[in-house]
Ligand binder design. Structure first.
Ligand SMILES: CC(C)(COP(=O)(O)OP(=O)(O)OC[C@H]1O[C@@H](n2cnc3c(N)ncnc32)[C@H](O)[C@@H]1OP(=O)(O)O)[C@@H](O)C(=O)NCCC(=O)NCCS
Length: 196
């Protein structure tokens, strides 16, 4: 039986990967966030609508101001900055769903101007590391609309297993969404900790 050992997640920032810095978002990121989070194509398969600058400021002052995870039910959103240029190219989120079951979930968004370079995969791998190695999660999932092939490719590239295909599961933005559920367990993570 896997037991959650850790009591919370308090990363030291920035969280460094080979090419990226993951760090809390700040008011100075509004223009970079607006560049992609205001786009309907970026928001097509995510559970938020295109954002105005006002909404971005509101998020920065509330849920995105969280820099650690102290209990289940919380989420940690981090900006993806390219270390070499200082550009904010996207953001990632780690949800802590259950303390008892050691359950978490990841999500990722990358500005289309910077897609195709593996930034989402590299940032999401760092989130898996925070979730498994630092928070002590047992199982991390990604829930993806079947039509969102670029997102499913990220999950597969990370080594997550597709466990379920929930046919026309949710009425999402006015259409039925077929949901693909991907997961990774703590005992599977060591094999995928570094890129293959
Ligand atoms: C989902 C999303 C983040 C994927 O972005 P992406 O740029 O395709 O993903 P990555 O940044 O990991 O880049 C992967 C691509 O870069 C290529 N690549 C180049 N260098 C790479 C590297 N060093 N490592 C990994 N991949 C690399 C890969 O081959 C892949 O290209 P391919 O799709 O043609 O095979 C992006 O489409 C997005 O933000 N969509 C809108 C928001 C969204 O739907 N989020 C998911 C919600 S579930």
């Amino acid at each position: 039986m896997s037991v959650l050992q850790k009591s919370g997640l308090r990363p030291g920032y920035p969280v460094r990967t080979e090419r990226l810095l993951l760090r809390p978002l700040t008011v100075s990121d509004v223009d970079a966030l607006f560049a992609y989070r205001s786009r309907p194509d970026v928001c097509r398969y995510v559970p938020f609508e295109p954002m105005t600058r006002e909404v971005l400021h509101e998020r920065l002052a509330s849920s995105w101001a969280n820099t650690d995870l102290t209990d289940e039910g919380q989420a940690l959103t981090l900006g993806i900055e390219v270390a070499g240029t200082g550009r904010l190219v996207g953001d990632v989120v780690l949800f802590w769903h259950s303390r008892e079951h050691g359950g978490g979930e990841i999500g990722y968004v990358v500005n289309p101007d910077f897609s195709g370079d593996g930034y989402a995969t590299e940032a999401a791998r760092a989130l898996l590391q925070l979730g498994f190695d630092d928070l002590g999660l047992h199982r991390i999932v990604a829930r993806i609309d079947e039509r969102n092939e670029p997102s499913a490719k990220v999950a597969r590239r990370l080594g997550m297993r597709q466990e379920a295909r929930l046919v026309r599961n949710e009425l999402f933005k006015g259409e039925w969404s077929t949901e693909l559920d991907f997961a990774m367990l703590d005992e599977e993570w060591p094999a995928y900790r570094t890129p293959r």
